[in-house]
Design a protein around this ligand. Structure first.
Ligand code: SF4
Ligand code: SF4
Length: 270
């Protein structure tokens, strides 16, 4: 099911849960990384070795819940935004969920926001307990929500309530100060916006040229994320219309899928 919808089902979630005893002891990491992808920074960053070393970079991360302190360091560096910190001991009836959040503006402590599940459906409201912008580490901001205890394994995202969203200052997408040079544009090849800007200022104004020099778009996702971002930056810096910016050359797969899907689906053993 997960491979078709991209939404983790209860079976996947339950299989990776810590024991009931550990859940009662305090905050713990909960990793929702269910696809074998070439990625492993979480295994290297944990100061307690609680995310176990991988034999192969495509392995799924495994957690030693007994040594994890719920410090949140790993959640802020995971490029897939797949790591959450859960605390089921916040109060008699409530727990907290710490969520990686990459939208601007960040919510503030005390805000009431809409709490969403893995499928992006609103399942209630939640109060923001803590916001860590993580600016010093230049890593992903973390927002901690207070949620009813029976929702800690459901709430995985948030958005400002509609009336509050209307009151918040709007981030101007054309304002360069909203996007610092350190912003990573291509996660696969770790190329920053500053590098892309420098190339555009040198005169490179199409996606292919920038890709060949910087490697942005050459990773496993083949530019699905960075291509439109680079086009937007070319548009802003040169004034070139989107229609005039060459899209560039890219190869399949435009979306990686498993061979079994070509061969008749998961249930077909042949
Ligand atoms: S929350 Fe902290 S202690 Fe737990 S796995 Fe992540 S980095 Fe390690
Ligand atoms: S860093 Fe995040 S995406 Fe990468 S393997 Fe670890 S949990 Fe998965």
């Amino acid at each position: 099911m997960y491979i078709k919808t991209g939404v983790a089902d209860q079976e996947l979630v339950v299989n990776t849960l810590p024991s009931d005893e550990r859940r009662k002891k305090g905050p713990y990491v909960f990793i929702e990384c269910y696809q074998e992808i070439p990625c492993d920074p979480c295994t290297k960053i944990c100061p307690f070795g609680s995310i176990l070393p991988m034999d192969d970079i495509n392995d799924l991360p495994r957690t030693d819940y007994d040594t994890c302190t719920g410090c949140t360091i790993c959640a802020a560096i995971c490029p897939g935004l797949a790591i959450f910190i859960i605390d089921e001991t916040y109060s008699e009836t409530e727990g907290t969920v710490t969520i990686p959040y990459e939208f601007a503006p960040l919510p503030a402590k005390g805000d009431i926001v809409e709490a969403m599940n893995r499928a992006g459906e609103v399942i209630g409201e939640a109060e923001v307990l803590r916001v860590n912008p993580n600016k010093r580490r230049q890593s992903t901001a973390l927002v901690t929500l207070i949620v009813p205890k029976d929702k800690v394994m459901e709430v995985r995202f948030l958005r400002p309530k509609k009336d509050e969203a209307d009151r918040l200052p709007k981030a101007d997408p054309n304002s360069e100060e909203n996007l610092p040079d350190s912003t990573v544009i291509c996660r696969c090849e770790n190329v920053t916006l500053g590098e892309i800007r420098a190339l555009i200022d040198e005169g490179y104004d199409n996606v292919d040229e920038i890709k060949r020099i910087s490697r942005a778009g050459m990773g496993p996702c083949q530019g699905r994320t960075c291509r439109p971002l680079i086009m937007g930056e070319i548009n802003r810096r040169t004034g070139k219309a989107y229609d005039d910016i060459e899209l560039g050359f890219f190869r399949p797969p435009t979306k990686p899928i498993q061979f079994e899907q070509f061969l008749g689906g998961e249930e077909d053993d042949n």
